[in-house]
Design a binder for this molecule. Structure first.
Ligand code: KIV
Ligand code: NA
Length: 264
């Protein structure tokens, strides 16, 4: 597979080729995903839930993400790896730079931060220092206590307009990718059309430029429950490489996500 970079991801958006992404936390899965056609692996702070067994992502530290980023990088030199910046690791631009540097030195190609306009100074500073940034809007799990639970975001028109404005501002500040999580499909479509950078969705319908899933959801083994927007690809394929390949094929063909996985 040709090496994935911010340039090849931007090209996919221009050409209308869907981008495929999965979370991974170790070398074996990172290699499996790379070998079976996944474009991006995210070392997500979802590891606080699926690996550490927490109820949310708040306990995760930069040290945790750095460790798993090194594990993932060890699985493949070629893979495009995004590392999540955990809760409170980017409260100001200086902190964001210091912690992002740790993640880049651990093998990340890009870091992901949750939030809107309050992040603009940090994003400018990170990109100026040579650190590519992925934004994350919608249901941003680090704010679960502000939201009062893991709830769909952007259903009210006022919220939707704010999210579109935030997305545009993130791109203008230098973000090169955006994740949107658990928002109405129509809003995700509007955001994807408004931006020139690729928009990757999870629980955001089929009209984004790509899809991401937590790997435990892909194979139906998440502790707790399988979210509505996810699908157990292992159940229908019977083995791991085929499940990963099917995910990629279905994302590219538009077969996944289908209406049953969407929020309206
Ligand atoms: O932590 C994570 O796995 C994520 C994805 C759900 C986008 O942020
Ligand atoms: Na995350």
């Amino acid at each position: 597979m040709a090496k994935v970079t911010v340039s090849t991801l931007a090209k996919k958006k221009r050409e209308g080729t869907k981008i495929t992404a999965l979370t991974a936390y170790d070398a074996s899965f990172a290699k499996l995903f790379y070998d079976n056609g996944v474009d991006i692996v995210l070392v997500g702070d979802s590891l606080g839930m699926v690996l550490q067994g927490g109820d949310d992502t708040l306990a995760v530290t930069t040290t945790d993400i750095a460790y798993h980023t090194r594990c993932v990088r060890a699985g493949s030199k070629e893979l495009f790896v995004i590392a999540d910046m955990p809760f409170m690791s980017y409260a100001n631009p200086a902190q964001a730079c210091e912690n992002a540097a740790t993640l880049m030195r651990s093998g990340a190609n890009m870091v992901k931060l949750e939030g809107g306009e309050w992040l603009l100074d940090s994003i400018r500073m990170l990109t100026q220092q040579g650190i590519p940034v992925c934004g994350h809007l919608g249901l941003t799990p680090q704010s679960v206590n502000v939201f009062g639970g893991f709830k769909i975001q952007g259903r009210k028109e006022e919220q939707a307009e704010q999210m579109i404005a935030d997305a545009i501002a993130l791109e203008q500040a230098g973000a090169q990718l955006l994740v949107v999580e658990c928002i109405p499909s129509a809003l995700a479509k509007r955001i994807s059309e408004a931006l020139s950078i690729p928009v990757i969705g999870i629980g955001a319908g089929k009209d984004t430029d790509g899809q991401i899933l937590v790997m435990h959801d892909l194979v139906g083994i998440s502790a707790g429950y399988i979210p509505k927007f996810s699908k157990n690809f292992l159940a229908e394929t019977g083995n791991m490489p085929a499940a990963v390949e099917k995910f990629c094929t279905d994302v590219k063909s538009g077969a996944f996500p289908s209406q049953e996985h969407e929020f309206n």
